[in-house]
Design a protein. Structure first.
Lengths: 377, 272
């Protein structure tokens, strides 16, 4: 990132040319995909569509399919956003990426599996008891994830406070492996299925002409509540203000009488809580969890945090939602019209291409502020 | 700025008195009249690793007075402030607050008891609003009515600040930021206000305004401990002063006597 900034105005190196070509290629591909998509929506049998689809007509997307994709993208993105908040907050306060945050999310999903199985065995995972059970499960996951995040900070990161940033970063990768392997040891390496939810949970409901499954309504609702709660906490409460003050200048925050250590612990706790909520939502949506569940969503959420502008909470949420939506829409709106086959398998590729694109075009992220050199040091 | 041109003459007349007085004893006598000190250094030694920064430093700040600490770069001024605030723990010696040794008490403990600082270069929370900066100044206070009262007082003292409450502090001009920085410190209800290089990084016209503000705060009965490079300005306001050189207090006297001291004039006031 820094290299690209420094070189502006100076002589271009080979790397700059490569990045420029990459940027142009990516943007052209997106434009071409969009044009082809528009063409196929107007006339599925147009010459370009026939050429890219071996002489067949393209699959025109219906309005309902389109809306379905958006809903899927939003609910997936909401989860990314919730996890991304943890990355962003910790980065804001300590200036390093906590790669073990995905594991905090996984622990939330796992505790949800345990709670829901027990509740199911007792007959509380259906009928009128279902919603209270879900709330209970969410609370339990929040407690487990928060505890995990706080212990992580105390044991792994606090002793490294003040050391160069690369060291806690590498430690976080170690912590990530540790938690994954410990989970495998305790629960076995296999996938654990959440119990079957009630019928209405997978039925579709019509809201504002959108056909939405019950599970996704719950996911979107819970995510919205959590984000609103977090926003209120960070923007309006005294502790939230202290947190932002510590993120900006620890020494002066201490001068105000703020307990910096306590605030850092709070930051980990709040990030952990959000990851815990996301863990349950994941369980409800995909109905299974495995010891490595944390990895890919974790990396995606990190991507979302970068896309939104790391350190910026609104950005993390927006980044998550954009990433989820892009993942859902881009394969069918950009790649399929270009004749790429098996597009639904390419969601991960889309996510990381988006990351590369954002880093190329706006390295600070969509809502990121340019860091001053002293911030970056 | 006119003061600067006139000052040499004024100083020399003062100097005649001070030189005859010579010793630093009178300074201590006047200090004693003010009761017990709020904040004291007793034989403070501070090390960063093996590097000896402060060497047997003795200081005392009495209620309501204005004192200044002068010294060049790397003389230990910042360390003195950090030690006063508890951000650095002295290796030997005692930091005494209201008669209590507070060496191992955290910064928050001292802030709660009325010690606070306006840091060098203001160091506002730039991404937070002006209102939030002021609120954070009162972080340790729980008396809502009192906080509101103090806010009103700051608004009347700095009407410009009131106009910009919802703005991010980073978007303010240097002078406005200085006002917010002082307001933020006042929100902690200090009895001793430490000022780290208040004139640093300000336009010359603002320096004058700034010292007027300090004077105004002092008038309200708040003791001011000022660390300054601008010795002339600082000494013209202060009652007493210390000169720190490589971590040792080399001069401890009334401001008038210091202004007249030939060594000091040579090294800090740029006179041959």
């Amino acid at each position: 990132m820094t290299a690209a900034v420094k070189v502006k105005g100076a002589q271009r190196t080979g790397v700059d040319w490569f990045l420029l070509v990459l940027k142009v290629a990516l943007i052209s591909a997106i434009c071409a995909g969009l044009l082809a998509f528009i063409a196929q929506q107007i006339d599925p049998g147009n010459a370009f569509a026939r050429w890219t689809h071996d002489g067949n007509e393209a699959n025109r997307l219906s309005g309902d399919q389109y809306k379905g994709l958006i809903v899927t993208g939003l609910s997936q993105g909401a989860m990314y956003g919730l996890i991304a908040l943890g990355y962003s907050m910790v980065y804001g306060v300590l200036g390093f990426i906590n790669f073990a945050h995905g594991e905090v999310f996984m622990l939330g999903a796992f505790s949800g599996f345990i709670a829901s199985t027990q509740l199911d065995a007792a007959g509380y995972w259906e009928g009128n008891a279902f919603i209270p059970s879900v709330i209970f499960t969410v609370l339990l996951a929040v407690i487990v994830s928060t505890t995990a995040a706080v212990i992580m900070e105390r044991v792994a990161y606090r002793p490294l406070r003040g050391s160069p940033r690369l060291i806690p970063l590498i430690t976080s990768i170690g912590v990530s492996f540790f938690i994954q392997e410990a989970t495998k040891l305790l629960f076995g390496p296999g996938a654990k299925g959440y119990p079957r939810p009630p019928e209405w949970f997978s039925q579709k409901y019509s809201i504002l002409t959108f056909e939405i499954e019950g599970s996704k309504i719950i996911v979107l609702f819970v995510a919205a509540i959590s984000m609103a709660g977090l926003w209120y906490f960070v923007e309006r409460t005294k502790t939230g203000k202290a947190m932002r003050a510590v993120a900006e200048d620890k020494e002066i925050a201490a001068l105000m009488g703020i307990d910096v250590n306590k605030t850092i612990v709070t930051t980990f706790a709040v990030g952990g809580a959000m990851a815990g909520v996301a863990g349950i939502l994941w369980g409800l949506l995909f109905k299974s969890v495995i010891a490595t569940t944390g990895f890919l969503p974790g990396i995606k959420a990190f991507t979302a945090a970068v896309v939104g502008g790391v350190g910026n909470l609104g950005g993390a949420m927006a980044g998550g939602v954009s990433l989820g939506t892009a993942e859902a829409l881009a394969p069918l709106m950009l790649l399929e019209p270009l004749g790429v086959t098996g597009v639904t398998q390419l969601r991960d590729a889309v996510a990381f291409t988006l990351l590369i694109l954002v880093l190329l075009v706006k390295p600070t992220g969509l809502f990121g502020e340019r860091l001053s050199s002293e911030d970056r040091a | 700025m006119n003061d600067d041109n006139n000052s040499p003459e004024v100083d020399e007349t003062d100097g005649a008195d001070a030189e005859t007085v010579e010793a630093s004893a009178p300074a201590k006598d006047t200090a004693k009249d003010k009761g017990n000190p709020i904040l004291e250094f007793r034989n403070i030694n501070t090390h960063y690793g093996a590097v000896h920064i402060l060497k047997d430093v003795n200081l005392a700040i009495y209620p309501g007075e204005m004192v200044c600490l002068l010294g060049g770069n790397a003389s230990g001024k910042s360390t003195t402030l950090k030690t006063l605030l508890g951000m650095v723990t002295p290796t030997t010696g005692e930091v005494v607050l209201d008669g209590e040794v507070v060496n191992d008490k955290p910064t928050s403990y001292r802030v709660e008891r009325g010690i606070t600082m306006v840091p060098e270069n203001r160091r506002l929370f730039k991404r937070l609003s002006v209102a939030e900066n002021l609120q954070l100044g009162a972080y340790l206070r729980n008396d809502k009515a009192g906080i509101q009262e103090d806010l009103e007082r700051i608004y009347s003292m700095f009407p410009r600040v009131y106009e910009r409450l919802s703005q991010k502090a980073g978007t303010l001009s240097g002078g406005e930021q200085q006002m917010v920085a002082m307001g933020r410190a006042l929100m902690a209800q200090p009895r001793v206000l430490l000022m780290d290089e208040p004139s640093m990084g300000l336009a010359p016209t603002l320096v004058q305004t700034n010292f007027e503000l300090i004077e105004q705060i002092h008038q309200e009965g708040i003791a001011i401990f000022m660390v300054e490079q601008n010795a002339n300005m600082a000494l013209s306001l202060a009652d007493r002063g210390w000169v720190l050189q490589t971590g040792r207090v080399v001069l401890d006297d009334t401001a008038d006597a210091l202004l007249a001291n030939p060594d000091l004039r040579k090294s800090y006031l740029g006179e041959a």
